[in-house]
Write a new protein. Structure first.
Length: 286
């Protein structure tokens, strides 16, 4: 894998040699001073350009940065995601190279940069040929810190977690594993993750990020709670699934009670009691 210095020299070298590229800035983990440094961090780079069309038409562009293993163009209509995308304003390539290096390269015209440069607190200016970048504070992750929930969001999270478990249980009883698993992982478990984030927040003055999709949960949760969290993931059998549900219920209760106490709210134990009774009924009669 190429070194960070080699990659930065390459990224900036391409920009300096191309008159269409007027500025360069970086976002993401390499712009975050609080992230543990490792070789697997992506290079999230944005080129400010005079126009986008010639770059989009240049199918050899990824080769300027190395030999790709695979490239994704997420704004492409061929993927069905870019149907309403304005290609004249911005475009992106996600590039993974044979040495394991990954570059997520965006291009955007000056008008987009004027807006986007200030929106992300994780921003490091790298090159500015025309002096278009305003002064900004040092890059930091404050824009990604866990935010305290409103009363409504807290109660909504609890209700959604407990209510949607009835759908999971019915899916298991009906032997509809794909439905039950998606309902659990994409609906119920998401609410558990929200509560986990808030628990981490109340224990850290809401002044840190738990990472995209909870990737720093292990770092910030007490070990006994993280071990409980691990048990909320299921294997492929229904016995494993029921065990994971039990673990999720136990963990959600512990976290939600602490979060409620912190915000001087009343945890609605009746919702939990009702759904646990229903789950027992379904499991015993299934």
């Amino acid at each position: 894998m190429r070194t960070e210095q080699e990659m930065m020299d390459l990224i900036l070298g391409v920009a300096k040699a191309d008159e269409r590229i007027r500025a360069v800035y970086m976002n993401g983990s390499r712009a975050n001073p609080n992230v543990k440094k490792d070789a697997y961090r992506d290079y999230d780079v944005v080129y400010t350009v005079t126009e986008t069309e010639s770059f989009i038409q240049d199918k050899e562009l990824p080769l300027k940065f190395g030999e790709p293993l695979i490239v994704q163009e997420p704004d492409s209509n061929d993927l069905g995601w870019g149907i309403e995308h304005d290609f004249a304003r911005r475009y992106a390539w996600l590039m993974l190279f044979k040495d394991g290096t990954r570059i997520d390269l965006g291009i955007e015209i000056k008008e987009e940069t004027t807006k986007n440069f200030l929106e992300d607190t994780l921003t490091v200016p790298l090159l500015d040929k025309d002096g278009i970048f305003p002064k900004i504070p040092p890059s930091n992750d404050s824009g990604y810190w866990v935010k305290p929930p409103s009363k409504e969001k807290y109660y909504g999270c609890c209700n959604e977690f407990w209510w949607c478990l009835n759908n999971v249980a019915k899916g298991i009883i009906r032997d509809q594993l794909p439905y039950a698993m998606r309902m659990y992982t994409e609906i119920v478990h998401i609410e558990l993750e929200k509560m986990t984030e808030w628990y981490i927040g109340i224990n850290n003055d809401f002044s840190l990020t738990s990472g995209m999709w909870g990737k720093y949960f292990k770092k910030y949760l007490p070990m006994e709670l993280f071990e409980m969290y691990e048990r909320t993931y299921s294997g492929g059998t229904y016995a494993d699934f029921w065990a994971a549900i039990d673990a999720a219920c136990d963990l959600f209760h512990d976290l939600a009670v602490d979060v409620a106490d912190y915000f001087d709210l009343t945890y609605r134990q009746s919702e939990e009691d009702g759904m646990r009774k229903y789950i027992r009924m379904m499991r015993d009669n299934g």
